[in-house]
Design a binder for this molecule. Structure first.
Ligand code: C5P
Length: 430
């Protein structure tokens, strides 16, 4: 059976329900997925409720079973199939995170030979299911996929591409930096994906950099002529090479960009992500469906300010443990952004090892792990290392090769570092 047949099967289950509880991940992809699901259920006249979660685990599911009816898990669930089966939770799952655990009411792309890290996101899966119930929403699905960085290779591929071609999104070839319609110094200083060493958050440096190239810093990328664009681009590439960034990272600077009404799709997904990280996921669903992105721009500012403060704090605290660098955000860095902070530190180019970040939360200690791309190319798998280390300490975790997270009991941070460091050492010597 193919992915689309399975999606039909799941849509058939959903359409028989009187009420559906959507439980989705509070990030851009999860918000986009929940928005698509909400639209489909509304169009079919099915009652619904939306709940956002940072993650789900056994404790959550145990409590959940007593209270809830039929659930549609979006962007979460694949890591908890055993418990879902054991607790006989009445649900369907559309999650793109890797799992080889069989479940007959799950739309798991990996079972159909589709890479859930690059070829389809959770919002894409929600769109495919919703397309069987009503019209779906390809534009929102692509905003989710971009929010999940599924275009890392330079363009959307696989089912993402099919969804893109069925959307009304314009495809162009250009610099893949957020804010091409903003003054150049802002575009460069704000860019975190790709991250430009020496310029990130350094406005004076960025203005001086542009001055040295004789490019007015207030000009927008979209207003530069071809020669000016070439000068800026080659200077950025030079900076990245000097800092040791690899071919894959550098070549991802230029590629396909996607626009809706002349606005970069990344602008939309960045806003959704900022809203999620600041605790406004519910409001983000409305922003997404009603296309009210203007309303959310002040939240983006709030998010950037927070991030700035956290990065400075983390840089002061960062320390070494064997093959690993780590910092503890305590109760200062919110658990929702500690992973982003770790990612920024890795992208800064100063760190050449995996970074572990800790932060306190209501369940214990949130762990986030990030690693530079050259280590991922060498075979480092953070998801494996984090989930193994967390499990040994009575916690739970998972994620992706280059970005993983876990919850561990309070006071176990040093034990975690010990086990994780051993695991990384093993991975490096294999
Ligand atoms: O929270 P953070 O951004 O560090 O998460 C990185 C990845 O780790 C995400 O894909 C998330 O789903 C996964 N994760 C997990 N279990 C957790 C926390 C995060 O699988 N408890």
């Amino acid at each position: 059976m193919g992915l689309k047949r399975k999606a039909e099967e799941i849509a058939n289950i959903i359409e028989k329900q009187e009420k559906v509880i959507i439980v989705s991940h509070s990030d851009a992809d999860g918000i986009a997925g929940a928005s698509i699901a909400k639209k489909a259920l509304e169009e079919r006249g099915i009652d619904y409720e939306i709940k956002f979660v940072k993650y789900i685990n056994r404790k959550f599911l145990k409590k959940y079973r007593e209270r809830e009816n039929f659930t549609w898990f979006i962007d979460v669930g694949n890591g908890n199939i055993k418990e879902i089966k054991e607790l006989q939770i009445n649900c369907v799952i559309s999650d793109h995170h890797f799992s080889n655990e069989e479940y007959d009411k799950s739309l798991n792309p990996f079972f159909y030979g589709i890479d859930g890290e690059a070829e389809i996101s959770a919002s894409g899966l929600a769109h495919i299911i919703s397309s069987c119930l009503s019209t779906g929403d390809a534009n929102i699905a692509i905003i989710g996929a971009i929010g999940d960085l599924q275009d890392m290779s330079g363009k959307l591929i696989g089912i993402n591409r099919e969804i893109l071609l069925s959307s009304t999104i314009d495809i162009k070839r250009d610099l893949r930096i957020y804010g091409r319609d903003k003054p150049l110094y802002q575009m460069l200083a704000h860019s975190s994906s790709p991250f430009i060493p020496g310029l990130f958050k350094r406005y004076k440096n960025t203005i001086a950099f542009l001055k040295s190239l004789q490019i007015p810093h207030q000009k927008k990328w979209n207003e530069l002529n071809e020669e000016e664009k070439r000068i800026v681009l080659s200077s950025i590439i030079k900076k990245l090479i000097e800092k040791g960034f690899g071919y894959n990272y550098i070549s991802s600077l230029f590629g396909e960009v996607y626009e809706i009404d002349g606005k970069d799709v990344r602008d939309y997904s960045t806003l959704l992500n900022a809203m999620a990280r600041c605790g406004y996921s519910r409001m983000a669903v409305d922003v997404c469906i009603k296309w009210e992105y203007k309303k959310a721009e002040n939240i983006l500012k709030e998010y950037r300010n927070k991030l700035n403060k956290y990065i400075n704090f983390a840089k002061e605290k960062i320390d070494e443990y064997g093959h690993v660098q780590y910092f503890h955000g305590g109760n200062y860095i919110a658990d929702t952004v500690v992973g982003t902070v770790a990612g920024m530190i890795v992208k800064d180019g100063e760190v050449h090892s995996p970074v572990i970040a800790f932060a306190e939360n209501e369940e214990g200690i949130k762990v986030s792990a990030r690693a530079p791309s050259f280590l991922i190319e060498k075979g480092i798998n953070l998801s494996k290392a984090v989930s193994k280390s967390a499990k040994l300490l009575g916690g739970e975790g998972g994620g992706h090769r280059s970005a993983a997270g876990a919850i561990i009991p309070k006071g176990m941070e040093e034990d975690f570092l010990y086990i994780f460091n051993e695991e990384i050492r093993n991975q490096l010597t294999l």
